[in-house]
Design a binder for this molecule. Structure first.
Ligand code: PLP
Length: 363
């Protein structure tokens, strides 16, 4: 194979998503958010492994298989959706999984019986090996994953590292492909009149979804702007991270566009038809008190959406993103007569493990 061919060869992919996932309208949601919202139901990409992560794993696990790996190592918080999706999809294709999960005090966690709830229950059902790590160890997660890979190889078992959230250039191609899927739905009349959306809005936790959505939305004419609501870290961190992942993605698919990071006030300009650059807003104003923790107002919002629409958002990601979208409409950054595609990225098992936190808001 010549070098030119290698550069344009598409990476291998396995099919995990039961797609296309539907795009739905729920009129009562428009009243709450203040503009017209189409919901891309990526919370329904599959069964218990559902959510945004398996789109990335289609490429990452194909790569793991192609490299002859027998075990996959990844990391996340204790209730990581990504870790659960990795554990279940690895089991589907005959790979073992090792999950390095962050807890406040690993010694204590090891001494107590593991609470089998939410994502952790599914991790264990899938037979994943769970290793607890401290917040300090987690800060060096690249080195920590690499060490686990090397340890496994020392024991003669070929291991493959999937980074936090599945967020690297290869994983982000899952969301480039998701935007191709949306374009196909637009052409079939399944997402309004087929005109590009003003924005695609979604939660951002490790940046891979944001990079793929931004590249794919521009590449396939899905939207003028994509809007990533950070649930941790900050705007400067994610601007850097998303830009890096996009560069990596172009290493696999060279015809992807350049990204342009813009201010929220420039997020939904009118009259730019025909000029679909990959404009990205990174918005860290809806991340609430901390990662995994919602303000009382955000909790009440999540409950109100569920009661008025039957749409269940999660407290870590999608609840904050939808709340942030409503705030952006309130501030006049997203027009009231706009058309928004909201990507519901899943997270239900995490919600089920956090019910007590919502007791007051539920009433
Ligand atoms: C339910 C849910 N939504 C959104 C995200 C954010 O996606 P990303 O990690 O690609 O930024 C995650 C994972 O972090 C998630 O589990």
């Amino acid at each position: 194979m010549s070098t030119g061919e290698a550069a344009t060869a598409r990476p291998p992919r396995i099919f995990l998503v039961h797609g296309p996932t539907p795009i739905v309208r729920i009129p009562a949601l428009d009243d709450i958010v203040g503009t017209s919202v189409w919901i891309k139901r990526d919370d329904a990409t599959s069964g218990a492994e559902s959510g945004n992560k398996i789109r990335k794993l289609e490429f990452l696990l194909a790569d793991a298989k192609a490299r002859g790996a027998r075990v996959v190592v990844t990391c996340g918080g204790l209730q990581s959706n990504h870790a659960r999706a990795t554990a279940l999809t690895c089991a589907q294709i005959g790979l073992r999984s090792i999950l390095l999960l962050r807890v406040p005090d690993p010694e204590r966690a090891r001494a107590a019986p593991l609470a089998l709830e939410g994502n952790v229950l599914l991790d264990r059902l899938a037979g994943a090996e769970i290793r607890f790590v401290s917040p300090a160890e987690y800060r060096e997660r690249g080195a920590m994953l690499e060490q686990a890979r090397a340890d496994s190889e020392d024991r003669g078992v070929r291991a493959y590292v999937v980074p936090e959230g599945g967020s690297n250039g290869l994983g982000s191609l899952g969301y480039v492909e998701a935007m191709r899927e949306v374009r196909g739905q637009m052409e079939l009349g399944l997402a309004g009149d087929g005109a590009p959306f003003d924005i695609v809005a979604h939660a951002c936790g490790s940046g891979g979804t944001a990079a793929g959505v931004a590249l794919g939305a521009a590449r396939f004419g899905v939207a003028r702007t994509t809007w990533a609501f950070a649930v941790c870290d900050d705007r400067a961190y994610f601007t850097k991270t998303i830009a890096r992942i996009a560069v990596e993605a172009r290493g696999f698919v060279p015809d992807l566009p350049e990204l342009a990071f813009v201010e929220p006030s420039e997020g939904a300009p009118r009259g730019a038809e025909g000029q679909l650059a990959a404009r990205v807003v990174v918005d860290d104003r809806a991340k609430g008190p901390a990662y995994g923790s919602m303000s009382d107002e955000q909790k009440r919002f999540l409950v109100r959406v569920a009661r008025a629409t039957g749409l269940v958002l999660d407290p870590v990601y999608t609840g904050k993103a939808m709340f942030g979208l409503a705030q952006a409409v309130d501030r006049g950054e997203v027009p009231r007569d706009g058309r928004v595609l909201f990507l519901h990225t899943g997270g239900l098992p995490g919600l089920l493990a956090q019910g007590e936190d919502l007791r007051d808001a539920i009433g």
